[in-house]
Design a protein around this ligand. Structure first.
Ligand code: BGP
Length: 477
């Protein structure tokens, strides 16, 4: 019987290209959709702007300057003992407009050097092909993922990078948090995943499902293609898992939570089983939705099942049928209400370590496929103390309690888990706020919402703690 995590467990950390790199117009890179998302700094809410606008602040443009400082950062990751490092490839570094025939060699070279740097320390790159970005030109010219042509553009991009890096990168994921599009009433979420502002569409929900169909087909084709290029490649999907509990044992709450959970399972069902489950086909029929599909799509979905499920886990939500439609201050689902058994972060994210064990079990029971926690973490405002250090014991407490539950899922329950990469292992630009002040890192970056700062790196208290966690394979928490 297992008593510990497996020896080859992939401990590491996670970021995404646009949240760390900066250098947004360097090395031949074209503008991407995240480059036109203003940051929330200077009293301006994060906004989808129509091209780079004077007067707006775009924190992504500099991010934390990883583009120029990655060697220093990777040396720090190696010092913590990382076995893997998750980041994404910025599509518009490889195809600046997205519809060219030939890739941009300077962009390819950048990732070659980045992966070589990781590999020389024995750190496995874990790569997301699409982490909330795509060339902006594909949005202006083609309307984003509404357009089936995006499948071909994405395949061309994927083919180039899968072939080029097949001997450097074994672990891949297709679309980051693909299920965020279900949250289409918040324009930012749909836009980052697809380049479409669903609230401006005549039939927003139907349009969202059309976009998803294109992405499911693209994901399946990438899995097939990747395996044909090199059968060793492991290509996963990536789902944001916020487990939805019924607020009470009132059968209406239980029923509502079950229905709401389908909006997570849909993504696992299509990616891992290779077909649309009956509940969604029934919903489309009931609502009169007509999702355009090609005759070959059914076979493609079946032939391109993902190898593993990458998931992010930050919080759980409790749902009350009566609260549906009521606005709540909580980050979450329609109908979510404060759960009296858990506490929330300053951003209303309800902290629930046991929910991680529950989630891992739910997914493993349903799919019996390996899981990979590729995001988990605690966003907080870190303030240097009088001694100049960041004493982020609150972050250590969050991560410790989640790792404890993760271990129970693996050791006590038998869940097959590939690894754990906490989000924002180095401070980076927060996705939802577009600001620096919501920090997750073990490494502090001296950069601030008003644009000031030197980009200097410093170890937080959690740095040494996580180093010990990895060195002991999760025994010393
Ligand atoms: C996930 C995204 C990440 C990341 C993280 C934390 O949804 O995949 O890109 O940013 O959430 O969110 P935030 O940065 O808004 O705190």
């Amino acid at each position: 019987m297992k008593k510990q995590l497996p020896d080859d467990f992939l401990w590491g950390g996670a970021v995404a290209a646009h949240q760390v790199e900066g250098g947004w117009d360097q090395g031949g890179k074209g503008p991407s959709i995240v480059d036109v998302l203003s940051s929330g700094a200077h009293g301006v809410d994060r906004t989808i702007t129509d091209g780079i606008q004077p007067g707006y602040h775009y924190a992504n443009h500099d991010a934390v300057d990883f583009y120029h400082r990655y060697k220093e950062d990777i040396a720090l990751f190696a010092e913590m003992g990382f076995k893997c490092f998750r980041t994404s490839i910025a599509w518009s570094r490889i195809f600046p407009n997205g519809d060219e025939h030939e890739p941009n060699e300077a962009g390819l070279q950048f990732y070659d050097e980045l992966f070589d740097e990781l590999l020389q320390y024995g750190i496995e790159p874990v790569i997301t092909l699409s982490h909330f970005e795509m060339p902006w030109h594909l949005v202006k010219e083609y309307g984003g993922w509404k357009n089936r042509k995006l499948v071909d553009f994405f395949l061309r991009f994927s083919e180039v990078v899968l072939k080029r890096y097949q001997h450097k990168v074994k672990y891949w994921m297709t679309f980051n948090e693909i299920n965020n599009q279900r949250n289409w009433k918040t324009p930012l979420f749909g836009y980052c995943c697809s380049g479409v502002i669903f609230t401006q569409e005549p039939n927003p929900e139907e349009c969202m499902y059309q976009v998803l169909h294109h992405q499911f087909v693209a994901s399946a084709q990438v899995v097939k293609l990747g395996h044909a290029i090199n059968p060793e490649l492991q290509i996963g999907c990536m789902i944001a898992m916020v487990p939805l509990y019924p607020f009470s044992c009132n059968p209406d709450d239980v029923m509502y939570a079950q229905e709401a959970m389908r909006e997570r399972f849909l993504f696992g069902d299509v990616h891992m089983r290779g077909y649309y489950p009956s509940y969604i086909l029934h919903e489309w029929e009931r609502k009169g939705y007509n999702i355009q599909m090609q005759p070959e799509d059914t076979a493609l979905l079946r032939e391109g099942c993902a190898d593993y499920i990458g998931l992010s886990y930050y919080m759980s939500n409790a749902l009350q049928a009566d609260a549906m439609g009521a606005g709540t201050a909580l980050a979450g689902f329609e109908g979510s209400v404060p759960n009296p058994y858990v506490q929330a972060s300053d951003w209303g994210w309800q902290i629930d370590p046991v929910g991680l064990r529950y989630t891992l079990n739910v997914l493993y029971e349903r799919y019996q496929k390996p899981l990979f926690i590729v995001e988990n973490g605690f966003g907080a405002v870190d303030k240097p103390a009088a001694d100049g250090q960041i004493h982020d014991d609150y972050r250590i407490a969050y991560l410790r309690s989640h790792i404890e539950q993760m271990k129970k899922a693996v050791i006590d329950d038998g869940v097959e888990l590939m690894g754990y990469t906490p989000w924002g292992c180095i401070d980076c630009v927060s996705f939802t706020t577009g600001q620096y002040s919501k920090r997750y890192g073990f490494i502090y970056v001296d950069k601030h919402d008003d644009g000031s700062g030197t980009f200097a790196r410093a170890k937080k208290q959690s740095f040494d703690w996580y180093r010990r966690v990895i060195a002991s394979n999760g025994e010393s928490l």
